[in-house]
Design a protein around this ligand. Sequence first.
Ligand code: BGC
Length: 421
Amino acid sequence: MRSTRRALAAVVGAAALLVASACGTGEDDDSTAAQVEVFTWWAEGGEKAGLDALVSRFTTACPGQQFSSGAVAGGAGVNAKQVLNARLQQNDPPDVFQVHAGAELLDHIDSGQIEDLSAEFSTWGLTGTLPAGLIETITVNGKLWSVPVGVHRANVVWTNDQVLADSGILTAPKTLKEFIGNLGRLRRNGVESPLALGRDWTQLMLLESVLISDLGPKRFTGLFTGATKWEGEAVADAIDDYATVLGFSNADRDSLDWPQATRLLADGKAGYQMMGDWVGAELEAASFSGYDSFTFPGNGKAFQWLADSFALSSGAANPAGGRCWLQTVASPEGQQAFSVQKGSIPARTDAPTIGFSDYQLAASADWKSGVAVPSCAHGSACSQPWQNAANAALGAFSTSEDKAALQSALAAAAKQFVRQG
Ligand code: BGC
């Protein structure tokens, strides 16, 4: 319980840092250790495996500190973020918490909820080892606010090769039109829901991929800076295409989280799933190997990125323990161990790639050579309130199918939440 943890941290405090403890795992009960509450939404499958890899390194690197999981399940942090915000408002913060790098940090910074980590960035070897574009997105008011652990790609389609082969589909579609053609072919062959999809935020991801295909990376990125208008024909046409693709998805989409949609794919109920590259780790964790993946058709070299990072709460009960967690997260070995399990690529460019899958090696190369575009659903492009508004608009469209209402809700959200410069 929180109060017990606070008391423990206060009593043991800095002295515990000096105690060389040999805890077996981070969850072991060590009554002499100071607890470090790490708040995430990684509660099961490939996500938990990634977290566990960090915990095991933390346990070795931070004697006297004990990992305490504050995980709240729910894809993209939909549930966790609500719990976190309530706790931050009640002045009951976890020591460190997961947050997406980029615009998602802004409200936490504005509210004084997280610490400036600029000095630690150079001590921990992060200066010069993170891509310049990533550093730019976590620099606000000239300061650095969170430690990125891994980069994921959002605009990926995952396949069930057997389901596709049964309909004679043996190659990846190159264009959106071809993709829609394949979806139709699957349905004609008796696959009722060719595209596995989940709730609101997964639908936003699908719309974003369609927008990248239809508008191109530059105009897509402009939607989140004010340079591209949400009103008008270009976005209306993309919404038409989105509605067509959505029509090939499972009818129960609004009640599913992404792992349940992945299950539809693995069970052969769907031929495709559009989802970020944490799906690879999930399929591996479920021992399903009959899959493949390709960049969303028509996205070209666009690499729609998002980065998982950790921030230190301003009111952390155990800031020394929190910093030790962040230092583990910042280390090249920590990032490698995490990514092997999680399916991401390390944020640091000097992290080893031992144990990476072919997909991860290809993603690392694409991250270097591709055109980086940010994600609204995963906070690199949109602040939290903007994400909430966009998710609500997509959720409403899923039942109403009112295209004009979707476009004006998205335009209104942009008007309300866009921040210039
Ligand atoms: C996170 C990933 C996570 C995914 C699904 C994304 O927002 O960045 O780490 O695997 O959501 O929960």
